[in-house]
Design a protein around this ligand. Sequence first.
Ligand code: FMN
Length: 222
Amino acid sequence: MTDRDDVPFDLASMRKQYRAEGLSETELAATPVEQFARWFQQAATDGGLFEPNAMIVSTADAEGRPSARTVLLKHFDEQGFVFYTNYDSRKARDLAENPYVSLLFPWHPMARQVIVTGVARRTGRDETAAYFRTRPHGSQLGAWASAQSSVISTRADIDGAYAELAARYPEGEQVPVPPNWGGFRVAPQSVEFWQGRENRLHDRLRYVEQADGSWRVERLSP
Ligand SMILES: Cc1cc2nc3c(=O)[nH]c(=O)nc-3n(C[C@H](O)[C@H](O)[C@H](O)COP(=O)(O)O)c2cc1C
């Protein structure tokens, strides 16, 4: 029980002991993307995660005001980490003013997190179109129906817009790619791999991009 009746959980005493096996410099892959691929494979197979590709995307506007939201990672390779969204959304407007971005993968059941910082650029239209065509029909219509991040007066507005689109583009009919929808590719500048360990003495290994494009690894105090 807590000594304050209005607080349902005693948050101050909620803590877990993290695992003993750590992450050492010698076992790291040559590039952060290769290391990410190893950890992602583990997260997706035996991480006990509902959506291992869910990440927190943090942006800031031109005045430096931050905002964060969850987005799904849809592709990654040595060029960067790709997600798709509406180009009129708050995040996209932030990125147009200030392309610096952070991606955080909160893999709590594994006592791991990965934090990427980098620069976001729009994906090309061909790449966007290729991905859009893999989305379920309903999601394709949803991308048209939603003026993401704008204020609407009722739920009926969006349901009505969807119904009109569903009548215009029945199942099986090709839905065009919305002009204001597409991808961002985040080219990493630093990638931190965080492994929770006993007694809060966690391992933090961070790859930092060098001027010649190579990577330096540094260890951070937990
Ligand atoms: C698990 C999860 C996955 C999501 N995936 C995406 C996504 O891939 N793209 C997207 O635009 N929004 C996604 N969203 C919605 C965003 O969190 C957010 O509400 C939306 O993009 C508008 O953000 P903004 O107004 O800050 O731009 C997801 C939300 C959750 C909870």
